[in-house]
Design a protein around this ligand. Structure first.
Ligand code: KIV
Ligand code: ZN
Length: 515
């Protein structure tokens, strides 16, 4: 470090990010993302909300048991059961944190909590004390702080610090704040709270008005020393502040900020791709830092300038965030050991020999069709392998699509339903439409298609297509994704994956329950 103060990067992709409709992840997927976050050297990984469901508990526990370099955190409402469950899940962590929260805005206290301000302070203090009895590192959040009264925030925060909280988080839960006003709020809190020097002040901004990053940076400029953020800005509604934007803003404008992070920026693009491929949320091409066009100069004047002197139009180097590190890693003649070693190098450990065999077979099939196999291909291939094993209701076997100018497209396919093969057939407006209709002749799910998206995983016309399908049924939204060189087959796999997610049952999120 260079004498600058440290800005703690707290990643909540696995908790707030997972609260995006359709972004729920399996334990295996969460573990893979946690390992990518560890490689990125994030300081704190919020691994989930341990009390939310047995699956959430198991995922937080698995991450706490595995991750060694980052602190692992679980969210807990300011109630005893939540805090004890969080403590239990974090028991084996190398470094743990319990993050407890209660709402502090007049509107939340009156209508959601139905508590008087005095009762909220009392509950917060009790919660922090209990959390401290289970864990040395406790964070306290004032939910909806962005719309809370500053005098009340001063009072509850002082009490929480006295009770043992060492990080105080000021969330703009509904994305309502404006940068100047929010920065000023942080400045005043730090100035007015007598014991403020005993805690790190943190911010957690939502992006409803597109200001999550601007608000977070305004807070940093005014003394916040932790930012809560997510990869690709994933998160509830319009999302959270994007980690990659916060980190690169602080680094690129080191002349402006008095802080620095210890993030390994070269891992940013890999982490972004992993999160996008697991959640099925594509990254828009013009997204800062991680969008496909983020470093592409189209205009002749810009290209000419960059060739003559790079800094004329470039404020960051693409390679510093991990672009252009695409490597041709394996080919048709690569063996099982090389395959396993490459998976391990990119942070993927398959659970069993059966999974490895299955993934290796897929790799060989892919290598027959595609000469150069990149890390992104391996990620997609392994996602498919793990999905098939975990969600066995519907499986893809084969399809045949006929699409000819002037003729109505037709699809015949074979699926497995609970292990038994079934055949379906349908016409449709196009080959993909015919495929989805053919699947529905078998599944009859009653779900509505909300989104269909295709992305090329790598460059070239032999790239695998990665498809995202979003289905809605009875108010529940799920995403599915699939990858294949044949984009119609990728579409079928994505649709079946979404159906499998629908089958796997809904999970109520306790953060929405009040308290
Ligand atoms: O947005 C929010 O207020 C939260 C808290 C639980 C930190 O996610
Ligand atoms: Zn949030």
């Amino acid at each position: 470090m260079s004498g600058k103060e440290k800005l703690i990067i707290f990643d909540t992709t696995l908790r707030d990010g997972e609260q995006s409709p359709g972004a729920s992840m399996t334990q295996e997927e969460k573990l893979r993302i946690a390992k990518a976050l560890e490689r990125l050297r994030v300081d704190v990984i919020e691994a989930g909300f341990a009390i939310a469901s047995p699956g959430d508990f198991a995922a937080v526990k698995a991450i706490a048991d595995t991750i060694k370099e980052s602190r692992v955190c679980s969210l807990a409402r300011a109630v005893e059961a939540d805090i004890r469950r969080a403590g239990e899940a974090l028991q084996n962590a190398n470094a743990a944190r319990i993050h407890t929260f209660i709402a502090t805005s007049p509107i939340h206290m009156e209508y959601k909590l139905r508590l008087q301000p005095d009762q909220v302070v009392e509950q917060a203090v009790k919660a922090v004390k209990l959390a401290r009895s289970l864990c040395d590192d406790v964070e306290f959040s004032c939910e909806d702080a962005g719309r809370s009264q500053i005098d009340f925030l001063c009072r509850i925060i002082e009490a929480a610090i006295d009770a043992g909280a060492r990080t105080i988080n000021i969330p703009d839960t509904v994305g309502y704040a404006m940068p100047q006003q929010y920065g000023e709020m942080i400045r005043q809190l730090l100035e007015r709270i007598p014991n403020a020097d005993k805690a790190i002040f943190s911010v957690h901004c939502h992006n409803d008005l597109g200001l999550a990053v601007a608000n977070s940076l305004a807070a940093v400029a005014n003394g916040a020393r932790q930012v809560e953020c997510t990869i690709n800005g994933l998160g509830e509604r319009a999302g959270n502040a994007a980690l990659e934007e916060i980190v690169m803003a602080v680094r690129t404008r080191s002349d402006f900020f008095k802080v620095e992070t210890t993030i390994n920026t070269q891992e940013i693009v890999a982490a972004s791709r992993l999160v996008s491929s697991i959640t099925g949320f594509p990254v828009q091409p013009n997204k800062a830092i991680v969008g496909a066009n983020a470093f592409a100069h189209e205009s002749g004047i810009h290209q000419d300038g960059v060739i003559k002197h790079r800094e004329t139009y470039e404020i960051m180097r693409a390679e510093d965030v991990g672009w252009n590190t695409n490597r041709m890693v394996l080919g048709k003649l690569s063996g099982r050991n090389a395959f396993r070693a490459r998976l391990e190098a990119i942070g993927i450990t398959l659970k069993s020999e059966q999974e490895l065999n299955d993934a290796f077979k897929r790799f060989k099939d892919l290598a027959d069709k595609k000469q150069e196999i990149f890390d992104e291909d391996l990620q997609a291939l392994v996602s498919d392998t793990q999905k098939e094993i975990e969600n066995a209701r519907y499986g893809f076997v084969s399809l045949s699509v006929c699409s000819q100018t002037g003729e109505i497209p037709n699809c015949s396919l074979v699926l497995t339903v609970d292990g038994t093969e079934q055949k379906g057939q349908s016409q449709g407006a196009g080959p993909v439409d015919a495929t989805f209709k053919a699947i529905e002749t078998i599944a009859q799910s009653g779900a509505t298609l909300e989104l269909y998206n295709v992305n090329a995983i790598t460059s070239g016309t032999d790239s695998q297509g990665e498809v995202t399908v979003r289905l809605e049924k009875g108010g529940r939204i799920v995403n599915g994704h699939g990858a294949d060189i044949d984009i119609v087959a990728a579409s079928a796999k994505a649709y079946l994956d979404a159906l499998n997610h629908l089958e796997s049952g809904a999970k109520a999120h306790p953060q929405n329950d009040g308290v």
